[in-house]
Design a protein around this ligand. Structure first.
Ligand SMILES: [Mg+2]
Length: 273
């Protein structure tokens, strides 16, 4: 029996699982198409907030995986919600992140401020961002000293890329936390908020007009490439866990992990074997 046959629904990470940078992991696209054709309920969960759900769904469709934006949950969506709650009505946010994350934060009602105005922000939001520089670190540090709340998309230290991992959100967050002495609230994996949003979508897809279709108690697994976010978070959310070795974590790390992932496979395609 293939591993995928043990599950009705899957939460699947993107970076290091479906693709690495702009390159699809070999076999991943065909595997996703086969899983969808087999009726698996799939929600993609990513700590990478550099795109919104619409852009991720479009990229999926370009690759040949036909899914809608409601099937994508990003750490940016969760972090934006936390930031909006922290900013409060009429509050302001200073965002270290790309345009899609700034737009998502703005959609919560917070006013996104830039430059020196950021020093008075009510909340600082941190994500992996190639435009990050000392001025942003300075603005964030002064805002936090002024009492701003601190929210980040993840702790992930790196992001898998062709030719070697690039610095991730955690690397930038370390600078902000070191300078400010504050600890961020985390929107993404391994914290529970993102899993709650994704599981709502998966479980909702087993219902029609409020009536539960079979199965009544769907078996859902988390599939990801990083033990500290995907596997630890999936387990904490009550899910069975599948580590793929196509991204961040190695087999040696999986064997040393306490507790280890429930399943360790080479890549996404191995779910069908
Ligand atoms: Mg990943």
């Amino acid at each position: 029996m293939a591993l995928a046959d043990q599950f009705d629904g899957l939460l699947i990470d993107l970076d290091g699982v479906v693709w690495i940078g702009r390159e699809p992991v070999p076999g991943s696209v065909e595997t996703l198409a086969a899983l969808l054709a087999d009726g698996k309920e799939i929600v993609f969960v990513t700590n990478n907030p550099s795109k919104g759900p619409l852009a991720y769904a479009e990229r999926m469709r370009e690759l040949g995986v036909d899914i809608g934006p409601e099937r994508i949950v990003t750490a940016g969506m969760v972090a934006a919600r936390l930031a909006g709650e922290a900013a409060g009505p009429g509050g302001s946010a200073f965002v270290i992140g790309a345009t899609p994350l700034r737009e998502t934060v703005a959609a919560t009602g917070a006013t996104v401020v830039e430059g020196e105005a950021g020093r008075e922000a009510d909340v600082v939001v941190v994500s992996g961002y190639r435009g990050f520089d000392y001025e942003m670190l300075l603005t964030a540090t002064l805002a936090l000293a002024n009492g701003a709340a601190l929210v980040a998309t993840s702790h992930d230290p790196t992001m898998p890329m062709p030719g070697g991992a690039w610095p991730g959100t955690g690397a930038i967050l370390a600078a902000v936390e070191t300078a400010s002495g504050k600890t961020a609230a985390i929107g993404g994996k391994p914290e529970g908020h993102l899993f709650e949003m994704a599981l709502d979508v998966v479980r909702g897809s087993f219902r029609t007009d409020g009536v539960q279709k079979e199965p009544r108690d769907p078996r859902v697994a988390m599939v990801g490439d990083r033990i500290a976010s995907d596997i630890d978070g999936g387990r904490a959310a009550g899910l069975e866990t599948v580590l793929v070795l196509s991204g961040a974590s190695t087999r040696a790390e999986a064997e040393a992990a306490q507790p280890p992932p429930d399943h360790v496979v080479e890549n996404l395609a191995a779910l069908l074997r």
